[in-house]
Each structure stands twice: as structure tokens, then as C-alpha cells.
Ligand binder design. Structure first.
Ligand code: GDP
Ligand code: IMO
Ligand code: MG
Length: 440
């Protein structure tokens, strides 16, 4: 029995989807606890029934849904665009994956059409201080949740409550939109009927998911809590204001799913073997050169949600050290090690230089961060193996890994004093090596 949290340790897109899907094989319940459809989690696997390779990009549905029979839960801490959720359920059904085991918290907040409009207008208005959001309405939905203007799933099942709330909210939003001179106007009636319709379509999924998860834990079932985004996008711990609007760290896994923190047994941090970033703000180890392009091309670093090219750079252990601390990591998974193959020398930042001062801890001040230059440790690279060669390495296990790769991953683990659980050497489910005792 275990309750395990999977967290991104960097700026998102570390491979959380692949790793959650991998662990989901042995889990009973898989839960999303924060974020919304700003997430893009890619899962690729060989269907044992057909032998065909299947690829899915999930945005708000937990990555465990592709293992039949598991319970997939959208927890209270998630914000959900109901139209987009229905598109996702339809896509899964068309591909032959049922959604009968999907559950949505009656307390989860809904991303309303006006949240999408406000997200675009505000991000543009902020100029250089804008995070370059995914334009999915995430920030405005969480703003309304905190300000208590939110519409929750329980509300769209209750015409009276929904009407009372919209009577208050719509005129206020209308006035707010006027500030931007955008010409956007809202229809209370349209909003009401579309939400009631969503309520009817989603009714069977909506429930008290905290109760469901806690009951499963009591029965000794294995639960996976799937983080979205990454630690450095956390609204408190990330590089504010270039963050998302939720707490992405492990502490929020309890709050966002409605379980007590004492129920969590393990916190697994997913560490991409190099750094990527989508959106604005300083990236100390960014490579705007040939090596950066190499990582972009070979790693196929294009956003799973917006298709934007990700900014690429060397691994930054100042960031990962911070993540190990604020998440209380009990283990790590290192992904995309195959992508680094073929580079003669690798670098990893171990500290920053700020006007001659050595900085070991990730600073809170974005101006200071922008003026930091990384202090690197260098490593020899390993060969650019073919898919077949990686396949052989996976079959033979850790002993067959090149010694340079072992040195690199041992360094990561030692820097944060955290054992390695898995090494990922390709995007497909089986391109994964288990590390039994945490040591390589
Ligand atoms: P997430 O948001 O953390 O789930 O990550 P994304 O799915 O947005 O981005 C990770 C990308 O890397 C996806 O295209 C994955 O299929 C891919 N990926 C995951 N692990 C590996 C790996 O070990 N090697 C390679 N080459 N690709 C990987
Ligand atoms: P996954 O789960 C990478 C980034 C956006 C932007 C900032 C705020 O796939 O790792 P938002 O729309 O949340 O208000 O945008 O956060 N961002 C992500 N970057 N991966 C993600 O999710 C992200 N979700 C949001 O690019 O800079
Ligand atoms: Mg992603």
C-alpha cells in the first residue's frame, strides 16, 4: 500500500505523464490535484492487444485513465473547463478507452468562458511581466476561487444556486471587461444554460472525491497523486510572477485531493536531465546556441498544450535542490537521458554567480535571478545510441548503462541526497529502467 505523489522539479514538461502512466500500472486510483488544462501530459505505449504504438496527450484527465479499470479522479484543487473536459472524454471514448471510472470533485472550480477572455487580456496588458500563459483561463479561475466568485461543479447541478451566483458575477465581470475596451460582452442567459447543460452531461462523474480517495486508502489501495506544471511554476515557490496560479508542490497534493498530509508515503520528483521552459522570465542556464537547438530538436521540445517551442538549457541543480527541499522528495526519476546522448561534454549548474557573490539557493527576486550567471560542473557525455541500442540497455538493466551516464545521474542524486527510483531513456512506457535500491 502506498500513497505516492509525482511532482515536476523544474518548469513543467519533465515527463510527469509518462512516469505517472508507468506507476499507474500498479496503482488503483490516480488523482490530479491542481492546475487545469494548462497541463499537457504525453503518454506513449505499445498496446499489448494490437501491438500498435498509441500516443495520447492528456490535459486535465489523470494519466492513469489508459490503464483500464483504474479510478481516475479530478480533485477539488483542479480548475476545469467543462467543454474541454468533454472533448477529452470523447477523444478517449473514440480511441476505445472508457471514462466510466472518471470522477470529478463537486468542489472543483469551473473555468468559465469569461476566464478565457480575461486571461488573454491580462497577460497582454502585463507586457514584460506577463508569464506568457497557456491562455486556458487558469489564473482568472483561481483568482475567482480565492475571491469567492467561483462556480463549482456542485453549483451547475443546482439551478437556483447557479442563477444567484451568475446574477452577482456577470454584471461585475462585464464592468471589469470594459476596463480593457475589448468590446467583449457576456450573456447571463447563455452562461446559465450552457453550464446547466454541462451539469447534465457531467452529472454522473461529479461526486465527493475526498471521501472516495480516503475510502480507497482505508481499503489498502495504492493511490497516485499526479502533479501538473513544476515546482518553479508554483505560485509561492516558483519564479513569481512568471508562475502559474496554483501550488504545484507536494504539500498541495493533500489539500487539492482532500486527504490528510499524514496519508502520503512517498514524494517522487521528476527531473528532466536538462532544463526546458515555456513562457517568460529568466532561465539562468538557457542555451541560445547550437546545443540549445540540439536539445530542442532531439528532445522534440514543443509544448504539448500550446505547441510553443520550449526554451532549452543545461540542467540547473540550484533549481532542483530547491525542489528537493520544498517538496520533501523521497525519490527521483530522471528523464530524457537518451536526448543528451551524442553531446561530447555536458554541464550542470551547481551554484550561481551574482556580482561576484556565490549563490547556492534559488533567489526570490526575479531581477537578481536575471543577473545570475551559472557556475557549471562539467561531465563527459555518452554516445548517441539508437532506439534498438537503448532497448538492449533497458533489457539488460543498470549494469549495461555507459559509465558516463552513471556518473551524471549519481551526481544528481548525491547533490540532493535523494535516491533514484527510475531512469527514463525514451518516451515510450517500456523505455524505463527500474533502480531497485536507489543506487546506480
Ligand atoms: P509532462 O508535462 O511532464 O507530462 O511532460 P510533456 O508530456 O509535456 O513533455 C515531455 C515530452 O518528453 C513528451 O513528448 C514525452 O513523450 C517525452 N518524454 C518523456 N520521457 C522521455 C524520455 O525519457 N526520453 C525522450 N526522448 N522523451 C521523453
Ligand atoms: P505541464 O503539466 C510547462 C506555464 C506557462 C506560463 C505559466 C503560466 O504540462 O508540465 P498558466 O496558463 O498556467 O497561467 O501559465 O506557466 N505553464 C507550463 N509550462 N508545462 C506546463 O504544464 C505548464 N502549465 C503552465 O507557459 O509561463
Ligand atoms: Mg507538459
Amino acid at each position: 500500500m502506498a500513497v505516492r505523489v509525482i511532482i515536476g522539479t523544474q518548469w513543467g514538461d519533465e515527463g510527469k505523464g509518462k512516469i505517472t502512466d508507468y506507476y499507474a500500472e500498479k496503482a488503483d486510483v490516480i488523482v490530479r490535484f491542481q492546475g487545469g488544462n494548462n497541463a499537457g501530459h504525453t503518454i506513449i505505449f505499445q498496446n499489448p492487444a494490437t501491438g500498435k504504438t498509441e500516443k495520447f496527450k492528456l490535459h486535465v484527465i489523470p494519466s492513469g485513465i489508459l490503464h483500464l479499470g483504474k479510478k481516475a479522479v479530478i480533485g477539488n484543487g483542479v480548475v476545469v473547463d467543462p467543454g474541454k473536459l468533454l472533448e477529452e472524454t470523447e477523444g478517449l471514448k473514440e480511441a476505445g478507452y472508457g471514462t466510466d471510472n472518471l470522477y470529478i470533485s463537486d468542489r472543483a472550480n469551473i473555468t468559465m468562458p469569461y476566464h478565457l477572455i480575461i486571461d488573454a487580456l491580462e497577460d497582454k496588458m502585463k507586457g514584460k511581466l506577463g508569464a506568457g500563459t497557456t491562455q486556458r483561463g487558469i489564473g482568472p479561475t483561481y483568482t475567482d476561487k480565492a475571491a469567492r466568485y467561483g462556480i463549482r461543479f456542485s453549483d451547475i447541478l443546482d439551478r437556483g444556486v447557479l442563477k444567484e451566483k451568475l446574477d452577482l458575477i456577470v454584471p461585475y465581470k462585464q464592468k471589469y471587461l470594459k476596463l480593457f475596451d475589448s468590446g467583449e460582452s457576456l450573456s447571463k442567459q447563455e452562461l446559465f444554460y450552457s453550464m446547466i447543460e454541462y451539469g447534465n452531461k457531467l452529472r454522473n462523474y461529479i461526486t465527493d472525491t475526498s471521501k472516495l480517495i480516503c475510502n480507497e486508502i482505508k481499503k489498502g489501495k495504492e493511490v497516485l497523486l499526479e502533479g501538473a506544471q513544476g515546482t518553479h511554476l508554483d505560485v509561492d515557490h516558483g519564479i513569481y510572477p512568471y508562475t502559474t496560479s496554483s501550488n504545484t508542490v507536494a504539500g498541495n497534493a493533500a489539500t487539492g485531493s482532500g486527504i490528510g498530509p499524514t496519508m502520503i508515503d512517498e514524494v517522487i520528483g521528476v527531473v528532466k536531465a536538462y532544463t526546458t521552459r515555456v513562457g517568460g522570465g529568466p532561465v539562468p542556464t538557457e542555451l541560445e546556441d547550437e546545443t540549445g537547438n540540439y536539445l530542442l530538436d532531439k528532445g522534440k521540445e514543443y509544448g504539448a498544450t500550446t505547441g510553443r517551442a520550449r526554451r532549452c538549457g543545461w540542467l540547473d541543480m540550484v533549481m532542483v535542490r530547491y525542489s528537493a527541499r520544498v517538496n520533501g522528495l523521497t525519490g527521483i526519476v530522471i528523464t530524457k537521458l537518451d536526448v543528451l546522448g551524442g553531446l561530447e561534454r555536458l554541464k550542470a549548474a551547481v551554484s550561481y554567480d551574482y556580482n561576484g557573490e556565490r549563490i547556492m539557493d534559488f533567489p526570490a527576486n526575479m531581477r537578481i535571478l536575471a543577473e545570475c550567471t551559472p557556475v557549471y560542473k562539467e561531465f563527459p557525455g555518452w554516445p548517441d545510441y539508437s532506439e534498438e541500442q537503448w532497448g538492449e540497455i533497458v533489457r539488460e538493466g543498470i549494469g549495461s548503462l555507459p559509465k558516463e551516464l552513471k556518473t551524471y545521474v549519481r551526481f544528481i542524486s548525491k547533490e540532493i541526497n535523494t535516491p533514484i527510483k527510475l531512469l527514463s531513456v525514451g518516451p515510450v512506457r517500456h523505455q524505463t529502467i527500474e533502480v531497485k535500491d536507489g543506487r546506480v
